[in-house]
Design a binder for this molecule. Structure first.
Ligand code: ZN
Length: 216
């Protein structure tokens, strides 16, 4: 074989091999990315198919996340009354916040805040003496108090859930908070009776506070 015919046979073959190597070098990363994308998509799909969708808007979810249940809204409000008497504090309803989505299982949130925070909302008790109310309003704390209670209502049940953040007052509670708290009518009547019997006023306050604690 002459050197010319050798070159005509070998050189194209070498060029073909070089071209194949170059193509593999170019296509390999693209093939890897494609395969990885396919794999990721498949695994995501399989995971979503395996796990049932969790409803984070229902009562069960809230009860597993710091909320506790009460049989009805009235029961929840009675519990708030007990807390008010026990700690000698007052809660006012700041707002009733409706659910932002009709698909949600919860329908609305009643948000109660400490009476020493300005709310502009509805009081738990009806005003009978607006003058007294005005005097108490002057005792609001600058910057407010973080203590609050949230009640959530749900579709198809009278059961409500409470998120209790009532113990985070930024001020004194108990007897030291009496002068900033409106006293319910039945409690006023008790106080009047005890004072008429000659009981020391400080002992009356202690008696009422301890009575509320014993009820729990
Ligand atoms: Zn407070």
């Amino acid at each position: 074989m002459s050197s010319f015919s050798f070159s005509c046979t070998i050189v194209p073959a070498v060029l073909n091999i070089a071209l194949d190597i170059a193509l593999v070098a170019i296509l390999a990363p693209l093939i890897t990315v494609h395969c990885r994308t396919q794999l990721d998509f498949s695994s995501t799909f399989l995971m979503s198919a395996a796990k049932p969708k969790v409803d984070r808007t229902n009562l069960a979810w809230d009860l597993s996340h710091r909320y506790r249940s009460f049989p009805s809204l009235q029961d929840a409000l009675s519990w708030i009354n007990t807390i008010e008497k026990q700690d000698v504090v007052e809660f006012s309803r700041k707002e009733l916040r409706p659910s932002p989505n009709p698909e949600y299982a919860w329908t609305g949130k009643h948000i109660y805040v400490c009476g020493r925070t300005k709310t502009g909302g509805t009081k738990l008790y009806q005003k009978k003496h607006p003058d007294t109310e005005r005097k108490i309003d002057t005792k609001k704390i600058a910057g407010g108090c973080p203590s609050r209670i949230t009640i959530k209502e749900y579709k198809g049940t009278s059961t409500v859930a409470i998120l209790d953040e009532s113990s985070s007052h930024s001020h004194e509670i108990g007897t030291d908070n009496v002068k900033f708290t409106r006293v319910p009518t039945d409690t006023k009547e008790k106080i009047t009776r005890l004072l008429r019997l000659g009981v020391d006023p400080m002992k009356v306050v202690c008696y009422l506070t301890c009575s509320a604690r014993l009820m729990n």
